[in-house]
Write a protein that binds this ligand. Structure first.
Ligand SMILES: Nc1ncnc2c1ncn2[C@@H]1O[C@H](COP(=O)(O)OP(=O)(O)OP(=O)(O)O)[C@@H](O)[C@H]1O
Ligand SMILES: [Mg+2]
Length: 324
């Protein structure tokens, strides 16, 4: 539904986006994750036809955004970083105005405005001036205007920025509810956002894609080994020895002890699932097994790994590890 190929955008000597390629399938939610200045907004502005690329191309629903901007825009709804809402207009009046300029058929406008107002939960403020709404409500109005012509593709630039926790949860629920019917790209530099809202993540740093995958895939690819946490009751040194003997296990370290229970961190060969063998080793030795779970790098760790200087100095290595 969205195809970006070899996209580069330069502002004078600044390369904001450098040779980015990716695709988004119909109905998918793709998250752009990256620190400030990574190139998220720039990429989104190219996709939505507000900026022309220096090199490369972007297609939306098969339509090239540079060659056929008007046709591409019909498939697109865009919530920019700072939503262009007119403070003196009333919500309903504004949505009606946007529906008209986006070419919604005259007879359909009233129905569409009512539908999106309902969907974005702004019906109760529809007769209020936009400038007097809270930030959360204004953001919902921004989403409603992006949706009013029922576009296939939604491009949402930091849709939850500046919202309070309750509004963030509501907005995420709303966005998740839109997937399937709409194809969505959203940008964020907030980590929990991508794992909570997106099915796939593109990590961007300094204008380049440094990793791509589901949050789970990224965790697995970037970690050199599998980690399992085993909590058991019994003589700690013996348990440790026994766990160490399980095939595929490289390292066992005690992590915490409470009462008579000890939790061990077990590192195993990458790609090996040693959980069943660990469980058997504990139980067959007559000790009590309380918990056994895999533990990965948090998305936070991954993000840091991918965007800190160490790795960005070796982009080829990071890329090879992360993108397949
Ligand atoms: N109009 C412009 N003129 C010159 N440089 C620009 C312009 N817009 C963006 N840049 C530069 O391009 C780079 C990418 O900016 P962009 O706004 O795309 O980042 P971002 O990932 O959206 O960041 P943020 O998280 O802060 O919104 C930055 O180095 C920025 O300074
Ligand atoms: Mg931005």
């Amino acid at each position: 539904m969205i195809e970006v190929e070899g996209l580069t955008k330069r502002y004078g000597a600044t390369v904001a986006v450098s040779d980015i390629s990716f695709q988004v399938q119909k109905g998918e939610i793709l998250g752009f994750l990256g620190p400030n200045g990574a190139g998220k907004t720039t990429t989104m502005r190219v996709i939505t036809g507000f900026l022309t690329p220096s090199e490369g191309s972007a297609r939306v629903a098969g339509v090239d955004v540079v060659e056929k901007p008007l046709e591409a825009k019909r498939h697109l709804g865009y919530l920019p970083e700072n939503p262009p809402v007119y403070p003196e207009m009333k919500v309903r009046e504004y949505l009606t105005f946007v529906a008209r300029i986006k070419g919604v058929a005259r007879g359909e406008i009233k129905k569409r405005v009512e539908e999106v107002a309902e969907k974005c939960a702004v019906t109760d403020v529809q007769n209020r001036q936009i400038g007097k709404l809270s930030k959360g409500y204004r953001q919902r109005v921004g989403l409603a205007q992006a949706l009013v012509h029922d576009p296939d593709v939604l491009v949402l630039d930091e849709p939850t920025a500046g919202l309070d926790p309750k509004q963030i949860i509501e907005t995420r629920d709303l966005i998740r509810g839109l997937a399937g019917r709409h194809t969505i790209i959203l940008s964020t530099h907030i980590l929990p956002e991508v794992s909570k809202t997106c099915q796939r993540v593109l990590v961007i740093n300094q204008g380049k894609v440094v990793a791509e995958g589901t949050p789970d895939e990224l965790t697995r690819r970037l970690q050199g080994y599998e980690t399992v946490l085993v909590t058991a009751e019994g003589p700690a040194p013996e348990i440790m020895d026994r766990l160490q003997q399980v095939g595929g296990v490289n390292l066992v370290e005690p992590r915490e002890a409470a009462d008579s229970r000890v939790t061990f961190e077990v590192h195993a060969e990458k790609g090996q699932d040693v959980r069943a063998d660990l469980a058997r080793a504990v139980v067959e030795s007559g000790w009590k097994l309380f918990e056994l779970k895999t533990s990965g790098l948090s998305l936070e760790d991954i993000f840091l790994k991918l965007t800190t200087k160490d790795l960005s100095e070796e982009p080829a290595a990071a890329h090879a590890a992360a993108v397949q």
